[in-house]
Design a protein around this ligand. Structure first.
Ligand code: CO
Length: 642
């Protein structure tokens, strides 16, 4: 049974994204400004974040002023302006030029780039040298160019393109990389700056497809799968009003951003008669995918998919029965194009309940009394297509208070041709002549903590083996050592498997029944480290990857750990700079940042399309409740109700 609903309410929650009408209204106001001309484009039109104190004080009835943040760029002068618009009064409040900023690479520019490159004479000649004269199916992937200190790039807003050949429009181009040929393209001018023909390698021509359009795939499609039906005869256990969700003991607000995609706000848990705050906001605020091949142009592959493109702009419209099963509630995502028009991504966010197996069980061996409870979770998810790759962001809420994020990585690995410099040292040959290069996917979660209120601590826990001696006569003793991380520099922390290290967010102003501070622990199974050298510009731009944990005192403007304008950035804005101030983070409103991801050494099995690989983390109640909070779950029956 697949059921689809959408919610609609009249009044705005303070964090509700802008509606399509509001996007239009904000764009209209900016179009009337004296600095707006024919060459001006819109990067972002979104809700301007209200003051956190106003959000927390919101009584649920009235409406805070609706303000829009608008970022525009002049493609002639390169000037980037941030504007603030009061939608209630229909007027522009401010406009500020941001020096040295380059806006994100957006969809209409990506499309235009591919078209323009294919018409460039030098590019046509370079392809002809490789025996390709029909460019009707050429694939040009505009990769963010990064910043490698080249003087001739500094004044441009550029992408560094990778080229693939397709035999037909649906053919998998990643099986046919055009090695050695790159294009530097100026996004503002809409023109090719440079065709870089670095080496000539035969284009691998073996077809490696995955779509049922192709005979090889359709011929092998199996027919022995029996149906699995999901039944929810009473409907879901959640209720939705606008973007506000109630599910069993949970309350939260769903937000969709062009940049971060899916965001969960104001997560609260009902505990007895009390609704207790947990996190004010949780999002994936940045990510980067550094590749490890130094040959030719490959060192450039180092994309920040959140900051340089926007994971929300690239979100899929999800399909019932395929992407999501059961009783689904969808939220649309509203972004904008460069003309300032709203773009509605229908069904950008999927929400549904899933059976989650055993919650707890015990058989009393004396009475043979059996008590079993089934678990379930609420999943809120969104999937983005970033060129070759898909990233699925799956947040789960559990009955025991756990909040988990699972990132599902799928799609097609970025490929290169086997070349004479690197050979197969820096990757895996997945098809004759086709290299999938070693890379990492590194994400940074921004967790605006509010465990029982804003004032929280970040605590590190290490398990310590007691030394042998009179206090440890049998040599078995070990204990947990807890350290409050009191300042930003002290909170730059890394994994340590030898001490079973973990971190916990606590509220020193509230104690559980046994006298400990109430808290949530971070379960962090996906900590990996970057392998680029720390003194490079590449590493500086991705400084958030240098530690697994960071913490900052809450500041409204500190939202993106690699800075606001990541495209060709110099790495001077971001979490390393902020935390160098070494501000106090003890017993104050803190934001905890967790860097996690996977090291991807490609497998043959990851090609031509990659089965989902997962990474993520969980936030688990640890001394937050006085006992197992799921004792109120009804006994499980074969009726499937619990
Ligand atoms: Co990968």
């Amino acid at each position: 049974m697949n059921v689809m609903t959408k919610g609609g309410v009249a009044a705005y929650h303070p964090l509700d994204p802008l509606s399509a009408d509001e996007v239009n209204e904000a764009a209209d106001i900016i179009r009337g400004a004296d600095f707006f001309n024919d060459a001006t484009k819109f990067e972002t039109i979104e809700l301007h974040y209200p003051d956190k104190t106003d959000v927390l004080a919101w009584d649920g009835a009235g409406q805070l002023p609706r303000l829009a943040f608008v970022c525009i760029y002049d493609t002639n002068s390169g000037a980037v302006r941030e504007c603030l618009v009061d939608l209630d009064r229909g007027e522009r409040l401010s406009a500020t030029v941001i020096p040295n900023a380059r806006t994100a690479v957006v969809v209409d520019e990506i499309v235009a780039c591919a078209e323009n490159v294919a018409q460039n004479e030098e590019f046509i000649a370079a392809m002809a040298r490789r025996g390709i004269t029909d460019l009707s199916n050429i694939q040009v992937d505009p990769f963010s160019a990064g910043n490698f200190g080249f003087d001739d790039e500094a004044d441009h807003r550029i992408v560094h393109c990778w080229v693939y050949h397709r035999n037909d429009p649906f053919d998998n181009g990643y099986a046919h990389p055009v090695e050695g040929l790159n294009v530097i393209y100026d996004l503002n001018r809409g023109a090719v700056l440079q065709v870089l023909d670095r080496t000539t390698v035969d284009i691998p021509m073996e077809e490696r497809n995955y779509s049922v359009r192709y005979d090889r795939i359709s011929a092998m499609t199996r027919d022995d799968l029996k149906a699995i039906a999901i039944g929810q005869p009473d409907g879901p256990s959640f209720t939705v009003a606008g973007n506000q969700v109630n599910w069993l003991n949970w309350q939260f607000h769903v937000e969709f951003k062009a940049r971060e995609g899916l965001v969960l706000n104001d997560l609260r848990f009902k505990d007895g008669g009390e609704v207790r705050p947990l996190f004010h906001r949780a999002s994936v605020a940045e990510m980067v995918v550094p590749y490890g091949d130094p040959s030719y142009g490959h060192y450039r592959k180092n994309a920040f998919d959140v900051g340089e493109y926007g994971i929300g702009r690239l979100a899929n419209s999800l399909t019932i029965g395929c992407d999501c099963r059961g009783h689904i509630h969808y939220f649309d995502g509203i972004v904008n194009d460069t003309t300032g028009a709203p773009v509605v991504i229908e069904n950008a966010i999927c929400m549904h309940e899933e059976d989650e197996g055993m919650l707890w069980k015990h058989t009393d061996y004396m009475t043979m009394d059996v008590e079993t409870r089934r678990s379930r979770r609420l999943i809120i998810s969104s999937v983005a297509t970033v060129g070759n790759y898909e990233y699925g962001f799956f947040w789960s809420l559990y009955l025991d208070g756990t909040i988990a994020l699972e990132v599902k990585l799928t799609g097609i690995m970025n490929t290169a041709g086997l070349n004479d410099v690197s050979g197969d040292k820096y990757g895996t040959q997945v098809s004759p002549g086709v290299m999938a290069q070693n890379h990492l996917h590194l994400f940074c979660a921004r967790l605006d903590a509010a465990i029982d209120g804003a004032a929280n601590n970040l605590v590190e826990v290490n398990v310590v083996q007691d030394p042998p001696g009179p206090d440890n006569p049998w040599g078995n003793a070990f204990h947990a050592e807890r350290t409050v991380l009191k300042s930003e520099m002290a909170a730059r922390r890394d994994r340590n498997a030898d001490t079973e290290r973990y971190w916990k967010i606590t509220n020193p102003n509230r104690q559980n029944r046994m006298g400990g501070d109430t808290g949530y622990k971070l379960m962090a199974p996906s900590m990996v480290r970057p392998f680029n050298h720390g003194d490079t510009l590449m590493a500086k731009r991705a400084a958030f990857t240098r530690h697994h944990i960071w913490a900052t005192p809450y500041r409204t403007e500190e939202r993106y750990p690699a800075g606001v304008y990541v495209n060709q950035s110099n790495g001077e804005d971001g979490i390393e700079t902020w935390t160098a101030a070494d501000r106090n983070i003890e017993n104050t409103d803190i934001v905890v940042w967790h860097t996690f991801g996977i090291m991807h050494l490609p497998r043959l099995e990851d090609f031509p399309v990659q089965p989902v690989v997962r990474c993520g983390f969980a936030l688990v109640a640890d001394g937050f409740f006085d006992e197992n909070p799921t004792l109120d779950m009804p006994p499980s029956t074969d009726g499937g109700n619990a």
